[in-house]
Design a protein around this ligand. Structure first.
Ligand SMILES: [Zn+2]
Length: 1096
């Protein structure tokens, strides 16, 4: 773990910095007082009357079986929780006023995030203009094209005709017109400089630039977004440096589908292409066609593929051509370009509707009135004004919101605003919170709500004069008037039962059945907890965590432990009546770690001994959660349960499950039942947990089917996390489990939370995706919400929007901090609105679209056959692209595939979603694996879904050893692998090192400490620690990748041509998959066919 002690920037406000628990402790060895020898079972004295004190030892039980639960057929599915009801409810985050004084926690604490630091890479800066080329079209002719030897007539040079954007238009990032490509050669400053003219903090609403649609194309009927190839004038360079990928070996290119002919690009070539950089410039500019061959002139055909034109003509009897994978849009190229174009200057949020840099770009954010993209990312930053337009385009309007996201240390965390006993100022009608978009009028005595237009009085204590521009003179001194994100201290009116909350509690609930003991899990866990308990989340520089802890062990019965500090030894109380769970002790169950340290240590020493000889293989599950929840209820606090569980709960108890796994259901209409919970018990239980603010994190250690779909219901609905370690063995899985556990226990988490997303008139939030519960149609209830959890919100029109006022979002999260402080975190974001479809397509973000579409599809399989869900995705994607083609692209042959620049990766990424294990499982993928992946994706942010669906493949031996930067990635395809090199692949959950069969012996020796390729152990999970530059570099890279991800990635070494290589190849997502998933090239042809059908 990384320790970051750097202080945040000095806050410009007279407010304290927000109180963040920093992870200052970097290791937890040497914990004192843990050396007590394990006591015998007899130490657990003091039975409570009425409770059976059952020593597990000597209990006569059947010999341990393998633990296999009885098999049975699938049970009738239960309905999903009540999501998806739309409408405006009345429930708010809290009342609008208050009379109770607020307490404030002392001081602030420097922000640090050593667990998942973004600090491993240098701070990036970005260009305030946004990438120059975001709207050039991607063109290609994939199918049905006629090929001729003649130069194609260039489309109207409309890109040129647009000329440089006027004044601030480009600042919005909203119309990097294709003309810009030609206009701003690399390294040359864009002609417009006013984009930066927002040094001060201004409400974006006022400082918003003119809408992109306001400038005029040269010819009225001309295309607004002409194809790249048509718009590039001779002699003009490209916006970004050409990128080459020298790292791949060519392998036989894929053949086109029948009836498809390879065609070249249309239009005059950009002359800066050089023969040394085959092919890539095309992608660079969003166009694709044949990549190989003479570049300086597209007119010069590469062998066998003459320049194509859009002129209709009889098909020529050419042999089937191959589509060069280099000629289709490359994710690597797009990522590289964005890094180069936008990674060098901060992203300043003062301008409405700016598309932020990609999630794969490192950049700093300056909050000047809109929430940072680390908190909110949108599928589009320019929303169609009417629902008709939105329906026509089919582009989902969604925001991916991560309310408690960790920020890099260089960025200021949200300031905490304390309005004292009056509480936060809100609109009387819609209850929106004070924000930079509110309009003060009548000399400052009133303000007009930017969401509902209601005129509100300004309370006397909040009154301030306005300056000559109508701004309050104190706007710069108040976060809520100048920033996109900030927090309010909540008054008692925002608290349950009008009482300030108690600090939360953590309860550790440990399965001690035969399997848990046998694998060494219980011993490992207890040993770890002894030190880990010193690292519970803290706040405000507090000496110790305010969180109390409790312990339960269980198999068929539950064992509660009294660890009161005054006891000499812990006491155990057994509850065997699991049908009617209750908590047998209140005093001494939840304790302060420091006060009870000796007793807790003694308990953790004894637990593995007590159950060492257990024969019990059966477990219960629902009663365990019930018990934890009841304990929190009794203590009148929120909290989190950490449940460590090994098997299908088949013991007689509520929530008992049977093995209903049935692979025969795959690809049938009943496949959905595999993902539905097999009983409603867990939904009911989850609801009770949410009401109590009881979040459940589940660690699973299954040897076989455990019905993840059912067991995950409670974690899913309570905002918890699930971790799965199949066939857990201490030797192999210890590092991964302990790393995950440490992060999970220490991470910042809010409790008992309610999130509400308000919007300005015209759109509203209609659907929500993530780990939470909803009892009405508007309030997202989260028993717990940690820094990694993301909620995706979809919006629909309910009225007409207008270009002038744009559209506003306000996300308000009411939560209890880990010190027990009630707070409101507010994020505001202003978007542009457009009357031209082209503006929509210029301001989309494909990574966010994919995040939404994956979540939409993964939820859809609960109710529809998987094939239907896949077809729906394909159709929607085709409609999006067809609408663009029809309304925004320059007229051209139907044989030409034209993609909007911002969406040129939509096909490749969507294909990755379609062929993912959840939607297209291979034979080796279990039902539990699928249910698990489904749950994980539900809460992922955009960066996580991006790398999860399109893994990162890094060559390890290409770049010089001295190079300190991360090697440039290559495309996820087998043909990019050279058998003389070693590669690293990661997708956020898995990490592979692939070794080519012809790697030099010296390299093998340096990395694996063996003499030859054949001696490398396949499946190795640790690289030997060797004292040479290559070994250090590779291990350092692995460490850095692991630090970037929210879960520990287990390493697997895979050798070329080895059996295990199949597993690895599954992640080469541009290729055909073993399960029948299409290659990128095939899918692109498929998509093109769909689009043509829609257009004809
Ligand atoms: Zn309002």
């Amino acid at each position: 773990m990384n320790v970051n002690q750097s202080a945040p920037p000095v806050p410009p406000f007279g407010q304290p910095q927000p109180i963040y628990p920093g992870y200052h402790q970097s290791n937890y060895s040497g914990q004192p007082g843990s050396a007590a020898p394990p006591a015998s079972y007899g130490a657990y004295n003091g039975p409570v009357p009425g409770y059976q004190q059952t020593p597990p030892l000597g209990v006569s039980r059947a010999p341990p079986s393998s633990g296999a639960p009885p098999s049975s057929t699938a049970q009738a599915p239960c309905g999903q929780a009540a999501y998806g009801q739309f409408g405006q409810g009345d429930i708010q985050n809290g009342p609008s006023s208050s009379t109770v004084p607020m307490q404030r926690l002392p001081g602030s604490q420097p922000f640090g995030s050593p667990l998942a630091p973004a600090v491993s890479q240098p701070a990036a800066v970005l260009q305030p203009y946004g990438p120059p080329p975001t709207s050039a079209q991607v063109t290609a002719q994939l199918a049905g094209m006629q090929i001729s030897g003649a130069m194609a007539p260039a489309p109207p040079p409309s890109g040129l005709g647009y000329g440089p954007p006027t004044s601030m238009a480009s600042a919005s990032g909203s119309f990097p017109n294709s003309g810009l490509y030609g206009s701003y050669p690399q390294g040359q400053a864009p002609p417009v400089s006013q984009a930066q003219g927002h040094p001060g903090i201004q409400p974006p609403q006022r400082s918003a630039p003119p809408l992109a649609s306001s400038f005029t194309p040269p010819t009225s009927g001309g295309p607004r977004m002409p194809s790249m190839t048509g718009s590039l004038p001779p002699g003009q360079g490209f916006g970004g440096p050409p990128m080459n990928q020298p790292n791949h070996v060519s392998s036989p290119p894929q053949a086109l589908p029948p009836g498809t002919q390879m065609t070249g690009l249309q239009g005059p070539p950009p002359p800066m292409h050089s023969p040394q950089q085959p092919g890539y410039q095309l992608q660079q500019n969003g166009s694709f066609g044949p990549g190989r061959g003479p570049q300086p002139n597209y007119g010069s055909p590469y062998p066998g593929a003459p320049t194509f034109s859009s002129q209709p003509g009889p098909p020529q009897p050419l042999p089937p051509k191959r589509l060069d994978p280099d000629a289709i849009p490359s994710p690597i190229q797009v990522i590289e370009d964005d890094r180069n174009n936008r990674g060098s200057e901060p992203f300043v949020t003062g301008v409405r509707g700016q598309v932020p840099p990609l999630v794969t770009t490192n950049f700093l954010v300056k909050d000047q009135g809109n929430a940072s993209p680390r908190y909110i990312r949108c599928t589009s930053y320019n929303i169609p004004c009417t629902s008709d337009m939105a329906k026509q385009a089919q582009v989902p309007l969604a925001a991916v919101i991560k309310p408690l996201a960790m920020l890099p240390p260089e960025e200021a965390s949200p300031y905490v605003v304390d309005h004292g006993e009056s509480g936060p100022l809100r609109c009387n009608r819609c209850k929106a919170y004070m924000c930079p978009f509110m309009q003060f009028i009548e000399g400052g005595r009133r303000f007009q709500c930017c969401f509902c237009s209601c005129i509100n009085d300004v309370p006397p204590q909040y009154f301030q004069h306005l300056d000559h521009t109508g701004r309050r003179v104190d706007a710069h001194d108040r976060p809520e008037l100048s920033l996109g994100s900030y927090e309010f201290l909540a008054t008692v009116d925002y608290c349950k039962n009008n009482k300030f909350p108690s600090p939360p509690a953590f309860i550790f609930m440990i399965d001690v059945s035969y399997n848990a003991i046998r694998t060494g899990l219980v011993r490992l866990l207890c040993e770890e907890l002894k030190s880990l308990l010193d690292y519970l989340p803290r706040e405000g520089g507090a000496e110790e965590s305010a969180i109390n802890v409790g312990f339960v062990t269980y198999n068929k019965v539950l064992h509660f432990y009294n660890v009161k500090s005054s006891l000499a030894q812990p006491q155990m109380m057994v509850v065997s009546d699991v049908a009617d769970m209750f908590v047998p002790l209140l005093d001494g169950f939840l304790v302060n770690v420091n006060e009870s340290r000796a007793v807790i240590t003694s308990l953790l020493d004894q637990i593995p001994e007590i159950f060492a000889d257990t024969r019990e293989t059966e477990t219960v599950f629902a009663p365990v959660i019930q018990a934890g929840m009841e304990a929190l209820k009794a203590a009148e606090c929120a909290g989190k349960l950490f449940v460590f569980h090994t098997s299908l709960p088949i013991a007689e108890a509520p929530g008992k499950l049977k093995n209903r796994d049935d692979r025969k259901l795959i690809n049938t209409d009943k496949e959905k039942t595999l993902f539905q919970p097999q009983t409603s018990v867990y939904q009911t239980l989850a609801k009770e947990c949410v009401a109590q603010g009881c979040c459940v994190d589940l660690f699973l250690f299954p040897n076989q089917y455990v019905d993840v779909a059912t067991l995950s219901v409670v974690p899913q609905l309570t905002g918890g996390s699930i971790y799965k370690y199949a066939c857990f063995q201490v030797e192999n899985d210890q590092e991964r489990f302990l790393s995950d556990l440490r992060r999970d226990v220490q991470k910042v988490v809010g409790f008992d939370a309610v999130m509400r997303v308000r919007t300005s008139t015209g759109i509203r939030a209609v659907d929500f995706f993530g780990a939470f519960y909803m009892s009405n149609t508007t309030d997202v209830e989260l028993a717990g919400l940690d820094a990694n959890k993301t909620v995706t919100v979809e919006f629909k029109h309910d009225d007409r929007l207008n270009e002038e006022s744009g559209a506003l979002l306000q996300c308000a999260l009411l939560y209890t901090s880990c010190a027990g402080q009630r707070r409101l975190r507010i994020h505001n974001l202003a978007l542009n609105c457009c009357t031209q479809l082209a503006d929509l397509y210029r301001n989309c973000e494909t990574d966010t679209l994919i995040n939404y579409m994956a979540k939409f599809a993964y939820r859809g399989i609960l109710n529809s056959p998987v094939k239907t869900v896949r077809d729906t995705l394909i159709t929607q994607c085709a409609q999006i692209l067809a609408c663009y083609r029809k309304n925004c692209a320059s007229p051209s042959s139907a044989g030409q595939l034209i993609l909007p620049e911002c969406m040129k990766l939509l096909p490749v990424y969507l294909n990755c979603v379609l062929k993912s294990d959840v939607l297209h499982p291979g034979a080796e993928v279990t039902t539990d694996d699928r249910a698990y992946a489904r749950q994980l994706v539900t809460s992922m942010d955009v960066a996580e879904t991006n790398v999860f669906f399109y893994p990162r493949l890094l060559p390890l031996t290409k770049s010089p050893i001295e190079s300190t930067t991360e090697p440039p990635a290559v495309r996820a395809s087998e043909e990019r692998l050279s058998n003389g090199d070693i590669y690293l692949l990661e997708n956020g959950l898995n990490l592979f090192v692939w070794v080519g069969a012809s790697v030099q012996q010296g390299v093998v020796q340096s990395l694996f400490n063996v003499a030859s390729f054949s001696q490398i152990t396949s499946g190795l999970s640790v690289l030997p620690v060797l004292d040479n530059p290559l070994s250090k570099k590779v291990r350092g890279l692995i460490d850095s990748l692991r630090a970037q991800r929210s879960r520990y990635m287990k390493l697997i070494v895979v050798k070329q041509e080895d059996k295990m290589e199949m597993m690895f190849k599954n992640f080469l997502v541009e290729d055909n998959s073993l399960s029948g998933g299409e290659s990128y090239v095939d899918f692109l042809c498929h998509m093109h066919k769909e689009i043509r059908q829609l257009l004809s």
